[in-house]
Design a protein around this ligand. Structure first.
Ligand SMILES: N[C@@H](CCC(=O)N[C@@H](CS)C(=O)NCC(=O)O)C(=O)O
Length: 206
């Protein structure tokens, strides 16, 4: 399989961590949409020109990390799946990931507002709202988090996604933004990043 996208993308990183934890081998192509030559190559793989994409051996090319994670879980089967394929634990994990995805999407939206517009075209109230929504999303996740892992004793997709998203948001949040105050999520990130699957996919400047 070929995983397309750099690990600066938290959606790509969560797929890479999952594949490593599941023992699935992949070739990594860290294409970036903001580098013109790489953009053209990426467009041939994903018409949306975004990452991640997974070129599979048996299901064509999949785009969107949630779709890819579901494919991987079905590939390894119910014993190893990082999100159970059915049952109440699946709903619990999906509920946590709804918050986690929402929180990082708001963080990414603010990051793009800052990175893609000239400063005179910033609309600060909108950027402030995005930062607030992201902070509140992580705070809601913090309130739900158990220890040592998000749902208790075992690592699952809620942990992988939360850590990839938390690390992105912490690293990319402007210094003057309201601080993310989530000690359980910070401890979760430290615990997870002690594992090679997380540390080896962590962008070096984090
Ligand atoms: N819902 C998608 C989001 C993917 C996404 O937003 N990727 C970003 C990088 S983190 C991207 O490639 N952005 C470039 C663009 O949209 O132009 C997923 O889960 O894969």
């Amino acid at each position: 399989m070929i995983l397309v996208g750099g690990f600066g993308s938290p959606f790509t990183r969560r797929v890479a961590i999952t594949m490593r934890l599941l023992g699935l081998e992949y070739e990594h192509r860290p294409l970036r949409s903001n580098i013109p030559e790489q953009r053209a190559e990426l467009q041939k793989i994903n018409p949306l020109v975004r990452v991640p994409a997974l070129v599979t051996d048996d299901a064509g090319t999949l785009v969107d990390s949630a779709t890819i994670l579901d494919y991987l879980d079905h590939k390894v089967g119910p014993e190893k799946a990082m999100t159970p394929l059915s049952g109440p634990e699946r709903i619990r994990i999906m509920a946590l990931m709804g918050l986690a995805v929402g929180a990082v999407e708001k963080s990414i939206a603010e990051y793009y507002e800052r990175g893609k517009r000239p400063e005179e075209k910033y609309h600060q109230p909108w950027m402030d709202q995005l930062l607030e929504q992201s902070k509140d999303g992580f705070a809601a996740l913090e309130a739900e988090a158990q220890e040592p892992w998000m749902t208790g004793d075992n690592i699952c997709q809620a942990d992988i996604s939360t850590v990839a998203f938390w690390d992105f948001a912490k690293h990319n949040r402007p210094d003057d933004a309201p601080a993310l105050d989530c000690p359980k999520l910070a401890a979760l990130s430290a615990r997870a990043n002690a594992m090679p699957e997380f540390s080896e996919t962590c962008p070096p400047d984090y």
